[in-house]
Design a protein around this ligand. Structure first.
Ligand SMILES: [Zn+2]
Length: 162
């Protein structure tokens, strides 16, 4: 005879901070080594007893500490440097198509770069009421979304293009 047994894999997450340096800009930053183990019937101590939550957490913590010690002082590429090519590309697109920032223009979507911006969900569609159209609205054009504008300002993209 079979019976169904529900087993809960209770997660125990541990993390340890370490320092690393960006190879591009030289900035030192703090990152976290995160390790997650679970409490389950197969997670056992050396004596064969099932690990308690505290024991599982300690094991995860020891692994996180070891991982952090290994990564400490290492070299990485920071988010800003990693995103720089994307930011440069976006800045270039906006300089070439400044009308998409706030002034919708019907011909904007004809430019290839707008499709790239659309792809990244930086673009908002604008419509006007027009009863002569099939759905009662006429497409006017595109502008950057509010979120994209905030993001652009924060990352120094819009001050150059606007
Ligand atoms: Zn960097």
């Amino acid at each position: 005879m079979y019976r169904t047994v529900t087993i809960n894999y209770r997660p125990c997450k541990a993390s340890t901070s370490y320092k690393c340096r960006c190879t591009e800009c030289g900035k030192t930053m703090s990152r976290k080594a995160v390790v997650e183990h679970t409490v389950n019937p197969w997670n056992k101590n050396e004596d064969g007893s099932v690990r308690t939550e505290i024991e599982v957490y300690r094991a995860a913590q020891a692994e996180a500490d070891a991982k952090a010690a290994e990564l400490n002082g290492g070299e990485v590429v920071c988010k800003t440097c990693e995103n720089k090519p994307i930011y440069d590309h976006l800045r270039m697109l906006l300089q070439a198509n400044p009308e998409v920032i706030s002034d919708p223009k019907r011909d904007a979507p004809e430019y290839t770069p707008i499709f790239w911006l659309l792809e990244w969900k930086y673009i908002q569609h604008h419509h006007e009421k027009d009863p002569s159209q099939e759905f009662g609205y006429r497409f006017v054009g595109y502008t950057l979304t509010k979120k994209a504008r905030e993001w652009g300002r924060k990352n120094g993209i819009l001050e150059m293009a606007a």
